[in-house]
Design a protein around this ligand. Structure first.
Ligand SMILES: Nc1ncnc2c1ncn2[C@@H]1O[C@H](COP(=O)(O)OP(=O)(O)OP(=O)(O)O)[C@@H](O)[C@H]1O
Length: 290
């Protein structure tokens, strides 16, 4: 009987919640807020895609450990230690940016804000109308253009390669920026929160072999930015006047005015089933066209 009570006592000891003081609660709260802010920050950078890759790698490593796959475990553990150094080098601009933001941030509104960045980035019908009007007009006279619409992934590092503008989006402004032989016509325009934030931006070029050889660097740059972010880019070809859209590493070409408006309307729709359906519908139609 005493053995039973001893066992029970031990069990209760191990399962009981340890005494918590006020400092423990503060400790837990600080760590929770830190984790929340880190995840929130990662979601707005290219690092989000990388984080998903790391989680998959960790799952594989765990499975290899459970199944006693020694070689796979050895390879993974060695690459991971090198990988951490590589991450620090590759994401140096993001890390620097995060530290800079740390000093500028309004922590109180950021923590208690219920609005997500996705909602902030919603484009008004007017903005999308102005963008499509500008693209159609530029297409008619074969003026080359590259217009990037930022979504949840911040494009700060590309914005900084250009000239700051900060002006309300209008078709006249966009047409003026891309006018031949003007100082701002080269490179890309970045749009955020219904404002043109920067012009002459340099975008990363895609090295995808799937891109049609007849497409030059303007189209490659549009695909490139769509590979590293969830942005949507409107491209007007200087050679043909054709309008295309790049998103998710793919390019949708030969858009007519209605097709362009449909593609852009994706940015206005609500999250969920409705959006997915429209996106799929639009894609299918344009894929058939191509
Ligand atoms: N990395 C880049 N980032 C931003 N803009 C770029 C980049 N590379 C090229 N461009 C823009 O594209 C222009 C060159 O376009 P190019 O003729 O090579 O491409 P294209 O895809 O064939 O386009 P188009 O059909 O308009 O000729 C440059 O003058 C510049 O404005």
């Amino acid at each position: 009987m005493s053995k039973f009570f001893n066992g029970l006592e031990k069990y209760i000891y191990w399962t009981s919640i340890p005494k918590m003081g006020i400092n423990d609660i503060v400790d837990i709260l600080i760590v929770s807020v830190m984790i929340y802010l880190i995840v929130k920050w990662i979601k707005t950078t290219r690092a989000w895609v990388l984080l998903k890759g790391i989680i998959i790698l960790l799952c594989i490593a765990f499975a290899a450990y459970i199944l006693q796959l020694h070689t796979v475990s050895w390879i993974l553990s060695n690459t991971m230690s090198v990988g951490i150094t590589a991450i620090l080098i590759v994401f140096q601009p993001e890390l620097r940016n995060a530290l800079e933001q740390l000093g500028r941030k309004n922590w109180v509104t950021d923590i208690f804000s219920t609005e997500s960045r996705q909602e902030e980035q919603e484009y008004t019908a007017r903005t999308l109308q102005e963008i499509s009007r500008a693209a159609i007009e530029m297409g008619k006279v074969k003026t080359g253009a590259l217009i990037v619409l930022e979504r949840t992934v911040a494009l700060g590092e590309y914005e900084r390669t250009g000239i700051p503008i900060d002006a309300k989006v209008s078709s006249q402004l966009l047409i003026n920026i891309f006018e031949h032989n003007t100082p701002l016509h080269d490179g890309a325009v970045i749009i955020r929160n219904n404002r043109v934030v920067s012009a002459t931006c340099y975008l990363p070029l895609s090295d995808s072999v799937e891109i049609d050889k007849e497409m030059g660097t303007r189209h490659r740059a549009a695909v490139g930015i769509s590979e590293v972010s969830d942005s949507l880019t409107v491209i007007v070809s200087e050679e043909t006047g054709g309008i295309s859209i790049a998103r998710d590493g793919k390019i949708i070409r030969h858009l007519d005015p209605q097709g362009l408006r449909d593609e852009l309307s994706v940015l206005r729709e609500e999250k969920g089933q409705n959006k997915k359906f429209k996106l799929w519908k639009g894609r299918n139609r344009n894929e058939k066209k191509n």
